[in-house]
Write a protein that binds this ligand. Structure first.
Ligand code: ADP
Ligand code: ZN
Ligand code: ZN
Length: 734
């Protein structure tokens, strides 16, 4: 499966070739092939004006007069990107109405791709003895002898042996140290598909067999693997991964960033006997470089990564697993707007690969695709082993006696007391970071906002500051109102997780409390340690935001209390009900994963709301049927199409001016029967001193929306500094 390096080049020296660069130039640029020729898919450095820029050889020249062309400066030794990958780049750009160059940037986000040959110098002992021994020289030799022959980079060696670089250089000159060229990127260890599978239950092995079979077909297909939390979806899809490894094709497992834990990697290592390649925002530069190259050469058999791993240049991709496919973090909402789940399906269809969408609570899009027969559906309705689904009930907050500034109802408190008494864990869930969502002046009503964003600042007690959740700006909590200058009237309103923690500390002064919230984790490592501590039973009460919903396994957890089950039901979001349903079911699914049975209690002021009722009754199909019907009637996704247009500018008037011009001149859209709504200020109308205005386009399902959008937006003359982004299938709006 390794790339064949001995084929003749596609273009001989001096032939015109088209290069796609990562620069924001809207077209391909022609260059002459360098000495030795060059092939399609090779990464190159080319002159652009006075600069040297990165690009990829796209095809033959677009027809510029050869005598005017400049030569390609450098060809990277990195393996060529496959034609499938180039096709993918093109189709991602087409679908998301994004510049090709921006998509290429996504696909080349590894450092050093154009560095000279990927070798590094390593030194080891030659056996010669130095002409003159010194203390420093002895240290170096002793260090290498203790290492049992393992070679080191000269810089490292000097550091580890505690000598100056000069000592090492001197020993190299004398021939005491031998220099060798070693590849810079260590190969990944081989994964063994037969290493150590678990014995599957009857239901699990039936699903696993179906998945293995579809991988064997080597054709594109998508399977929805729907199973309650703890049913063994991971075990089952690892069988499909094993199959793809056996075939010698490559596999990719996508996870929401936060679910990419040491735990998960350890699980794969236990299954396949070695660690897979990893790709995520925390990876070091050299790790990224190593991963990118090994993937392109076909040497990395399996990559586990966050959404951007989809843009790695796989040589022969056979399977993509999208775990927790409903997760909102698969949608990228900056730079190129794209949905990694949908682009995974596209990638697989180009490569003749399989896709597995694993989830306990599918997105309505995926559910509908399965209903329509476009996706295969496999269900794992039971938890594995003795673990049972938690029993669920609502706490009717209308009849609970609540004190002011108290958020845990007497009923929930009583249940927590029981669980605490048994030595088990409770989890309180509230999807609000910080101490209080709102700081208000009781004298004049002023709400403290961020100076650069149109967002209210959130009090964080631990930092003793107000924090803007949009841009991260902080300021001290004012004692005097910035507006009316009255002191002592600033009040925190509403609860955040920190405030719940305060209440818990009052009620359970001896309990060990852990908070899981994205802003408290100083580092990814600190967070992992806290999660591991919780899993090991080193906490009694856990308080968390939505980050607790994702994939962690807490065997001692038997009670989940949802502080405000109504929170997600409001707001003009098309997916409010769906998201709320998914989130609460996921959180509730954290309870009772081991032998102990679990309970989930939902505090709600509207326990009769259809979403709350659907969650409680466990009748998921009824929920999706109802949602689907409502969307169908409204012509909304997945039965209609939406696109967002986000216009941002430091000048509000400019943004509105362009938005109004677009709204008035919408002929290309009207021609396909689409409608334009807006302009309206975006939900957060100002972020980092840029004003944002939105338009929303609604079209019928089969309409050629992308083409119309391009015709609509492209010819528009716009002021410098003003940016227009298109958001196909938007997840957040209004
Ligand atoms: P899901 O991905 O559906 O949440 P997992 O695959 O993580 O479920 O399984 C939940 C737990 O049950 C894990 O600890 C897993 O190791 C265990 N488990 C699932 N299936 C089996 C099996 N066949 N044999 C042993 N343990 C299993
Ligand atoms: Zn005031
Ligand atoms: Zn801000």
């Amino acid at each position: 499966m390794e790339a064949n390096m001995t084929q003749p080049e596609d273009f001989n020296e001096g032939e015109a070739v088209a290069v796609l660069t990562t620069e924001p130039v809207e077209r391909l640029l022609d260059y002459l092939a360098p000495t030795g020729g060059v092939s399609i898919g090779r990464l190159v450095k080319v002159p652009l004006g006075p600069r040297q820029v990165i690009g990829v050889v796209w095809g033959k020249g677009t027809g510029f007069a050869p005598e005017k062309l400049r030569k390609i400066s450098t060809v990277s030794d990195a393996p060529a990107i496959t034609g499938e990958m180039l096709d993918f780049i093109k189709r991602v750009a087409d679908y998301n109405v994004a510049p090709l160059s921006a998509v290429l940037r996504l696909a080349t986000r590894a450092p050093g791709l154009l560095d000279p040959p990927a070798k590094r110098k390593l030194v080891s002992l030659s056996g010669l003895i130095p002409a003159k021994q010194t203390a420093a020289r002895k240290k170096v030799i002793a260090f290498l002898q203790a290492g049992g022959g393992r070679p080191f980079a000269p810089v490292e060696l000097a550091q580890f042996a505690g000598v100056s670089q000069g000592v090492v250089t001197g020993l190299i000159k004398q021939g005491v140290l031998l220099v060798e060229d070693a590849p810079r990127d260590l190969p990944y260890p081989r994964l063994d598909p037969a290493h150590k599978g678990k014995a599957l239950s009857a239901l699990q092995s039936k699903a696993a067999k179906a998945l293995r079979k579809s991988v064997q077909s080597r054709t594109y297909h998508t399977t929805l693997l729907k199973g309650v939390t703890g049913s063994g979806k991971t075990e089952v899809y690892l069988e499909a991964v094993a199959e793809v490894l056996t075939q010698g094709r490559q596999g990719l497992v996508l996870l929401p960033e936060i679910a990419l834990t040491v735990d998960f990697i350890a699980r794969l290592e236990a299954r396949f006997g070695a660690r897979p390649a990893e790709w995520h925002s925390g990876a070091t530069m050299s790790e990224r470089r190593r991963c990118w190259r090994a993937v392109a050469m076909g040497e990395a058999q399996l990559v586990v990564g966050a959404r951007s791993a989809l843009f790695l240049p796989f040589f022969d991709l056979g399977l993509i697993v999208v775990d927790e496919e409903h997760d909102g973090s698969y949608k990228q909402e900056e730079g190129v707007y794209y949905h990694a789940r949908d682009m995974a399906v596209l990638r697989a269809s180009i490569s003749g690969a399989g896709v597995i969408l694993a989830t306990a609570t599918p997105s309505l899009e995926t559910w509908a695709n399965a209903e329509a027969g476009k996706y295969i559906r496999l269900d794992l309705p039971e938890r594995f082993g003795t673990a049972k689904l938690p029993e669920m009930a609502a706490i009717d907050m209308r009849s609970e006696k609540m004190q002011p500034n108290q958020w845990i109802s007497p009923t929930l408190r009583e249940e927590m007391r029981k669980v605490y008494g048994e030595g088990s864990q409770s989890l309180l869930f509230l999807n609000r970071r910080g101490y209080a969502p709102l700081t208000l002046c009781r004298a004049c009503g002023e709400q403290v906002g961020c100076e650069s964003c149109d967002a209210r600042m959130v009090e964080h007690k631990f930092q003793n500051r107000l924090v803007c959740h949009q841009c991260g700006a902080t300021k001290p909590i004012p004692d005097t109102c910035p507006s009316c200058e009255v002191s002592g009237k600033m009040t925190a309103l509403g609860p955040g997780v920190e405030r719940i923690a305060e209440e818990v500390a009052e009620v359970f002064p001896d309990a060990r409390v852990e908070i899981l919230s994205s802003d408290l984790s100083d580092s990814a490592r600190g967070l992992k340690e806290r999660i591991e501590a919780i899993a090991a039973g080193k906490a009694d009460i856990i308080i968390g935001t939505q980050m607790v919903a994702k994939g962690h396994n807490f065997p001692h957890l038997t009670l989940v209390g949802v502080i405000d089950a109504d929170l997600g039901l409001q707001g003009g979001d098309l997916r409010a009900a769906e998201k709320s349903f998914q989130l609460i079911r996921q959180v509730a699914g954290r309870a009772g994963r081991a032998e102990k049975p679990g309970r989930a209690l939902l505090q709600s002021f509207q326990p009769g709301h259809p979403v709350i009722e659907a969650i409680l009754s466990g009748d998921e199909e009824a929920f999706w049927q109802t949602e689907a019907k409502a969307r169908l009637e409204a012509g909304m996704p997945p039965y209609g199409r939406l696109a967002g247009v986000i216009i941002s500018s430091p000048k509000q008037a400019d943004a509105f001016d362009i938005a109004n011009r677009l709204a008035r001149n919408a002929r290309p859209l009207l021609n396909i029967g689409a409608r334009v709504f807006g302009p309206a200020a975006a939900p957060i109308a100002k972020v980092r001193d840029h004003y944002r205005v939105r338009l929303l386009v609604k079209a019928a399902k089969g309409a050629p929306l992308q083409r119309a959008l391009r015709l609509w937006v492209r010819p528009l003359k716009r002021p410098p500094n003003l940016r227009i982004r298109l958001d196909i299938d938007p997840q957040t709006f209004f």
